[in-house]
Design a protein around this ligand. Structure first.
Ligand code: MG
Ligand code: ZN
Length: 457
């Protein structure tokens, strides 16, 4: 079991504020009556959380947040994710097999960091860097502790970020039974747990919503479910399977739910011209996508439904004594950053921000909910001066404020996938134990924050 990495001095400093704030919490709930110091003290709550909602913007560094803010609500505006009372930054580096730092992480290693508290090599899913051994995840611990659990993503459900919660794989590419080339010891025929898709449904996560239907349509090659598709395996395990907005809305009860809303990643909400060498003409983004089928649920609606289903589940499971752990991923902020597509990227950031709004609205009515919003790593997009002529790909956008804004993508050769960066990223939170995000922490500390909030052992 990994140990918490909080330093003694930091815990003691925080402890002092918690004591001071207890009285303030009892006196008033009107933040407006307080100055910034009182508001910060007021926001610091110790004690146990009943529920945790963790929202991960994949690749959502400070540049990506600022770009979405500038374009949608204006430079002086504030997104929902800007409204958390407590904000810090965390470091995201991965490690090499020998434990030395690898300064730029991917979503598999970073996800393993926040989901297990252990840093690993790029590409690895919740297994150790050198010895390739499975490490318990925060979702597994929550299940063991009697909590209802859920995971929602705009990527394939077998993509790295959701994968780190309910599977262990040598390589992130081992998404379905036909994709096992890089995970020779994880196959069922070798006594392993099988692909990420198989493991995710075997874990009986109560709510799994996202893309990646193609992985679940693959046939299981060995073991108890041999010859069935992973979707059929899920149904045997009691899952109700839904594939569009209407069937998602209709589903109810306490049986687990598997939602597969696209063959691969869920198509983006917005479209526009990708960045180009020498720039684009000034453009407005299209807030629609002709390639996104009608009936594709958006991330905020999926989050709302996931919370409803988890609440029903926890009543059934433990008489409502324990709550839920829910992870929500805005996956294609990252993917559109890789493609140097600013409109796709901003639309996905805005969609993610609406999911943050859903989580915060739930927490407003259920203050025993810890809500954390963060990223798994930084990314390539930069806002540069209009007169700048940087060597890479650029696009000029016309913001809702009527101003021009120039975005640059220069972390790889034009034509290649633009790359992640090694920057620290924002982490913001509210609710019990949220103070743990303050200051500069490491990604692995987020595991401890959730574990302490839910009192998991
Ligand atoms: Mg991801
Ligand atoms: Zn990426």
């Amino acid at each position: 079991m990994p140990r918490p990495r909080l330093s003694r001095s930091r815990l003691m400093a925080v402890g002092a504020v918690v004591v001071a704030s207890t009285a303030a919490v009892a006196v008033s709930t009107t933040a407006g009556a307080f100055g910034p110091k009182q508001q910060a003290q007021h926001a610091i709550k110790d004690g146990k959380a009943k529920n945790v909602i963790l929202l991960i913007g994949d690749g959502m560094g400070d540049s990506e947040i600022t770009l979405a803010r500038d374009y949608t609500v204006g430079a002086a505006g504030r997104l929902n994710m800007d409204k958390f009372p407590l904000t810090g930054a965390y470091t995201t580096y991965a490690v090499h097999a020998d434990g030395t730092p690898d300064y730029v992480t991917d979503s598999a290693a970073s996800g393993t960091g926040w989901a297990t508290g252990v840093k690993t090599v790029n590409g690895r899913i919740s297994k150790t860097p050198g010895t390739d051994k499975a490490v318990p995840t925060i979702l597994e611990l929550a299940q063991k502790g009697g909590y209802a659990t859920g995971s929602v993503s705009t990527a394939e459900l077998t993509d790295a970020t959701p994968a780190v919660l309910a599977s262990h794989a040598t390589d992130r590419s081992c998404q379905g039974p036909a994709d096992m080339a890089k995970c020779p010891t994880d196959t069922i025929s070798k006594g392993g747990p099988g692909s990420i898709a198989e493991q995710s449904v075997n874990h009986k996560v109560d709510v799994l919503l996202g893309g990646g239907k193609q992985r679940f349509d693959q046939k299981v090659t060995d073991g108890k479910y041999k010859g069935l598709t992973v979707t059929e395996q899920a149904q045997k395990l009691g899952y109700q399977v839904v594939t569009d907005d209407r069937s998602l809305k209709a589903v109810k009860g306490d049986k687990p739910v598997l939602g597969l809303f696209a063959p691969g990643n869920v198509p983006t909400e917005w479209t526009g011209k990708p960045a180009a060498l020498g720039g684009t003409d000034p453009q407005r983004c299209l807030t629609s996508n002709p390639n996104r089928p009608a009936g594709t649920p958006d991330l905020a609606d999926q989050t709302t439904k996931a919370i409803q289903l988890l609440e029903a589940k926890q009543k059934h499971k433990n008489g409502n004594k324990k709550g839920f752990f829910l992870q929500v991923e805005g996956a294609s902020i990252d993917k559109q950053d890789h493609s140097a597509d600013p409109c796709g990227q901003i639309g996905e950031t805005a969609a993610f921000d609406r999911a943050v709004k859903v989580a915060r609205a739930y927490a407003a009515k259920h203050p025993d909910t810890l809500v954390v919003t963060t990223a798994d790593h930084g990314h390539t997009s930069q806002i540069v001066p209009l007169e700048a002529q940087p060597p890479g790909l650029t696009s000029t956008l016309i913001t809702d404020e009527g101003q021009q804004l120039k975005v640059n993508y220069s972390t790889n050769t034009p034509g290649q996938s633009q790359e992640h960066t090694g920057v620290q990223v924002r982490i913001a939170a509210q609710g019990p134990q949220a103070y743990r995000v303050l200051g500069v922490t490491d990604q692995t500390d987020l595991f401890t924050t959730v574990r302490e909030a839910l009192r998991l052992r």
